[in-house]
Design a protein around this ligand. Structure first.
Ligand SMILES: *Cc1c(COP(=O)(O)O)cnc(C)c1O
Length: 433
């Protein structure tokens, strides 16, 4: 008789896992306060007292800046908008290159295209999955103006090495900390090590406002440019007599009062939610300590891990040559999805396709006439061919197993089921031949 659920056996788990829900009465009260005020957003897209937004947005920005210990925190309607603002404020444009991570959410690699700059991929570290300092240095050219470094999965990037290389080559650092809010590296918050830091408040992140994001910076000039791009810069730069208006095309990336009110409550919960994740991961790793198939990815020395998601490295040999994809398919069949998100199924695997494999890069067709790749101002010849970042390809296609089965309110008993499923498939690996 077959034992594995993928072959018709009984599942390890028959019940849904509990949903990750971070909002409750506090957020309801905050929303009521805004509804009662009648003002759901209080921006004016003109040089005016309300150019910077309403009372909830301003309070949220102040609280975010205090929390992270930065001079400026600028609220926007997503991290995607935040990265667009940051890239715009950096001043890059046609002919420039921006170094980006191949392993991330796609907007952290496509953002330079919005300003007609060319993204250049640098391979990742095989332990922490952030851009590797060696790979970064190798792709730098005289055209490189900015690097968008991502604290991927919740691990802070190699701050000392990357920042030193950036400084040497006069490259501005944008730190995408969307997956690493509220954690520290050597006593300082991740997200505050670059010239600008990015945070996300989308539904999938540690804390959320439905949609939302932040740019943080200690630089007054960059902060002002971000604020302008967020809110119709082109309608405002004349009134304030701004001399250099490069990239000062305005958008509407404004956060509403409703989101800001929710976010102020969410920020209070952040640390507690991270601590629960750290605790759950420790328990799962302890359960699988001697399990030969999976090796847990560790935090970087000197830093915490936010565990946006948790990662294992897969040892195919210990599974008698069974491919990672087959293994995770069998493990997923033993388990159940999160309630509320049932339709997503149990997601286990490499998670982020190497970004240069996406059509926008493969076709080099961000805009008509293959701009900006064949722009007359661009003197480089960037490659997006398969193989340019071998580490990310090996990890994504063969070795990484990324999962969310450690998010609160998962209990130890829930996590026991996860560990049991991983082990059961190994014990019955003969069935997968
Ligand atoms: C989620 C995420 C984003 C985009 O966030 P949005 O708020 O949905 O725009 C960007 N970068 C990284 C690394 C992310 O995880």
């Amino acid at each position: 008789m077959k034992k594995l659920a993928i072959n018709g056996g009984k599942k390890v788990r028959e019940e849904f896992f509990p949903a990750y829900i971070t909002v409750g009465d506090e957020e309801k009260q905050a929303l009521s306060r805004v509804i009662d005020s009648g003002v759901l957003s209080k921006y004016l897209g003109a040089w005016h007292e309300q150019f910077y937004g309403g009372p909830e947005v301003l309070a949220f920005e102040k609280e975010w800046a205090q929390y992270y210990g930065v001079k400026h925190a600028i609220a926007v309607n997503s991290a995607t908008s935040a990265i667009y603002c940051a890239v715009g404020a950096s001043g890059v444009g046609p002919g420039d290159e921006v170094v980006v991570a191949p392993y991330s959410m796609i907007c952290s690699a496509t953002a330079p295209l919005v300003y007609n700059a060319v993204p250049v991929f640098a391979d990742i570290e095989d332990e922490f999955f952030c851009i590797s300092p060696e790979a970064f240095e190798k792709v730098i050219t005289p055209r490189t103006k900015v690097v968008i470094i991502v604290n991927i999965l919740g691990v802070p990037y190699d701050v000392e090495k990357i920042n030193a290389i950036a400084k040497k080559h006069n490259i501005l650092v944008i730190e995408d900390a969307s997956q690493s809010p509220g954690i520290k590296y050597k006593g300082q918050f991740a997200g505050t090590f670059g010239d600008m830091g990015i945070f996300s408040l989308n539904y999938h992140k540690h804390i959320h406002t439905g949609e939302g994001g932040f740019v943080v910076t200690n630089d007054d000039d960059l902060a002002q440019k971000v604020r302008l791009i967020r809110n119709h810069a082109d309608a405002v730069v004349g009134s304030i007599g701004m001399a250099d208006v490069v990239n000062m095309i305005g958008f509407n990336y404004r956060m509403t009062e409703l989101q800001a009110a929710v976010g102020r409550e969410q920020l209070k919960k952040l640390r507690g939610l991270i601590e629960q994740r750290i605790e759950n991961v420790a328990y799962l790793e302890e359960r699988l300590k001697d399990f030969p198939v999976l090796k847990a990815a560790k935090p970087r020395e000197g830093g915490e891990h936010a565990y946006y998601v948790h990662a294992f490295l897969y040892n195919q040999k210990e599974m008698d040559g069974v491919h990672r994809d087959k293994y995770v398919e069998a493990v997923a069949a033993e388990l159940m999805p999160f309630i509320i998100r049932e339709k997503e199924g149990v997601t286990l695997g490499g998670r982020n396709t190497p970004l240069y494999m996406q059509p926008i890069f493969q076709k080099k067709n961000a805009y008509k006439h293959s701009c900006p790749f064949s722009c007359p101002h661009y003197e480089g010849n960037v490659s997006y061919e398969a193989g340019i970042c071998p580490t990310v390809e090996r990890l994504f296609y063969e070795e990484l197993i990324v999962h969310e089965l450690m998010r609160p309110p998962m209990t130890k008993k829930d996590i026991d089921d996860v560990a049991t499923a991983f082990i059961k498939v190994w014990e019955n690996r003969g069935e997968l031949k």
